[in-house]
Write a protein that binds this ligand. Structure first.
Ligand code: SF4
Ligand code: SF4
Length: 257
């Protein structure tokens, strides 16, 4: 890439926590951004430059017609597109409503079945709409993971994608397994690592906020394990749906695939 790399940060439907996480890397932010030309980052500046970008970071799910139009425009003007955070990678917590009647949802929240905000009827991850070059999961993203990926992208490379479960990080940190030691229900076996097993390290079971391991999470096995721990099937599925509702194997399990 000749000259400064042009970078844009964009937000679709979500809580904006991923972009906030980036702004919160205060001690390294200037060092990171001095190497790039910031084209758009609405949360940081109202200054938006025209033209295309080399790298587009997009957070949020595709939930409204406005999201859909914005994402297609971003894809058309960027070289590489990075999905930031669970909403962009998996549709987010809002995607756990997948399969419910959108009119009923509208009524329960706004008191009318009318489609007030151009709701598409479901909450899609970016990859269901456009080509995505890299996905950084998390709710929110891990700052270290973002920095490493950013540096790789600036060099013109794509970082390695993590394909191992949170359990591996428990082993590395010598955290006693909450399932084995305490009989607790933990989603670590189906959740992609990268958080250094933050929750089990503090004695709290993983609820899967980094989303499932792409194409490899054994949700049927996890369901059996949760049922063995005394969970009712519906409760176990709802727990997994919180961050993995659009994972194809889980969709099959609940009869949507
Ligand atoms: S505590 Fe959870 S994440 Fe850690 S090893 Fe046990 S099942 Fe895996
Ligand atoms: S342990 Fe699980 S819930 Fe906790 S931060 Fe990691 S992925 Fe998220």
């Amino acid at each position: 890439m000749a000259g400064k790399v042009r970078v844009g940060f964009y937000s679709l439907t979500g809580c904006a926590g991923d972009l906030l996480s980036i702004l919160n890397i205060e001690d390294r932010l200037l060092e990171i951004f001095e190497k790039v030309e910031l084209v758009e980052f609405v949360m940081a500046s109202s200054n938006v430059k025209p033209g295309g970008v080399d790298i587009a970071f997009v957070e949020g799910s595709v939930t409204t017609e406005k999201d859909l139009k914005a994402l297609k425009e971003i894809r058309a003007k960027c070289d590489r597109l990075v999905a930031l955070g669970d909403c962009a990678v998996w549709g987010g917590v809002q995607a756990s409503l997948t399969g419910l009647d959108p009119r009923e949802l509208m009524k329960s929240v706004y008191g009318t079945e009318q489609n007030l905000y151009g709701f598409l009827g479901e909450h899609k991850p970016l990859s269901e709409v456009v080509k995505v070059d890299l996905e950084l999961p998390g709710c929110p993203i891990e700052q270290e993971e973002f920095i490493k990926a950013f540096v790789s992208l600036l060099r013109g490379d794509l970082p390695e994608v993590k394909d191992y479960p949170v359990c591996i990080e428990c082993k590395i940190r010598e955290v006693p397994c909450l399932v084995v030691e305490k009989g607790e229900a933990c989603l670590g076996p189906i959740t992609v690592g990268g958080c250094k097993a933050r929750c089990p390290y503090h004695g709290v079971p993983c609820i899967g906020c980094r989303g499932p391991i792409k194409d490899e999470a054994n949700v049927a096995g996890e369901l059996l394990m949760l049922m063995e721990k005394g969970w009712k099937p519906l409760d176990a599925i709802n727990r997994m749906k919180l961050f993995a509702a659009r994972y194809k194997d889980l969709a099959k399990l609940v009869g949507r695939g």
